[in-house]
Ligand binder design. Structure first.
Ligand SMILES: [Zn+2]
Length: 266
């Protein structure tokens, strides 16, 4: 079960400061600098993919015309540790963490040999940084929105999330949106509930962008950036009056689509 993969990508508001090893090598691109201990081909591949994801994420979230802010000294930094031990020692991250985005420093930390580095961890963490860079810290950005946007950028997650969310709805296991706002997956001990939290979050982001378009999502994020509450931003960007109304619309749309029986969530 790839449930742990859902947990790979927490973020950090705090500027925990991984030691800057004197032995880092680096490769530089337009928007990223990749620091690596060993394996230059992997570092170059990381840089290539990071630039590709950057363009795609900015475009899909509607940020493309605002996204010339990651160049030169504003480039994001990606640290690729030689192994898991070096990553944990430097970051102090727990055993379930396989990647880390530090918003305040625009840094991503991960390590060689982890499953899904290029396919999941990299787009997820870059999406966290781009989203937070755009949305800022003043507005009301719930965890589900932050994680939903990041996981939405992982290939295959959107369809999977829609399938799981439809099934949850059919089984009355879904969370009301108001409850989703109050949920911190780090505080959940039940792995299945953590998984459902993530899937529902991705599905909601997918619903907003698919139904109303990237431009409306950009407007929504701009309202949050300007310090609005979630409900006010929702009203401004989507003309949706309340969070309950969003919940109802999302459920109605989802309920019109067929349910696939799930035997496993992997
Ligand atoms: Zn994440």
């Amino acid at each position: 079960m790839r449930l742990r993969a859902a947990l790979i990508a927490f973020w950090a508001f705090a500027a925990c400061a991984p030691a800057f090893a004197a032995s880092w090598n680096e490769v530089r691109g337009d928007h990223f600098i990749v620091y690596y201990a060993v394996n230059e081909p992997f570092a170059r591949q990381t840089l290539h993919n990071a630039e590709k994801y950057y363009a795609r994420i900015a475009d899909e979230l509607g940020y493309a015309r605002y996204s010339n802010f990651w160049q030169w000294e504003n480039r994001a930094k990606i640290f690729v540790y030689a192994d898991e031990g070096a990553y944990r020692k430097a970051t102090g991250e727990a055993g379930w963490s396989h990647g880390l985005a530090i918003y305040s420093k625009k840094e991503i930390h991960a390590f060689l040999g982890i499953e899904g580095f290029h396919e999941s961890i990299l787009p997820h963490e870059i999406a966290h940084l781009i989203f937070r860079d755009f949305v800022g810290f003043k507005g009301q950005v719930p965890i589900w929105l932050d994680e939903g946007v990041a996981q939405w950028q992982e290939p295959m997650k959107r369809e999977k999330a829609n399938i799981v969310a439809r099934w949850l709805l059919s089984q009355d296991k879904d969370l009301p949106l108001q409850d989703l706002f109050r949920t911190d997956p780090r505080a959940l001990e039940d792995e299945e509930k953590v998984h459902f939290f993530y899937m529902q979050s991705v599905c909601l982001v997918d619903y907003l962008v698919r139904t109303y378009g990237a431009q409306a999502f950009t407007t929504f994020c701009r309202e949050l950036r300007d310090g609005r509450t979630f409900a006010d931003a929702l009203q401004k960007a989507y003309r949706i009056e309340t969070i309950a109304d969003l919940d109802l619309r999302w459920r109605t749309e989802l309920g019109q689509r067929p349910v696939v029986e799930l035997e496993t969530y992997s």
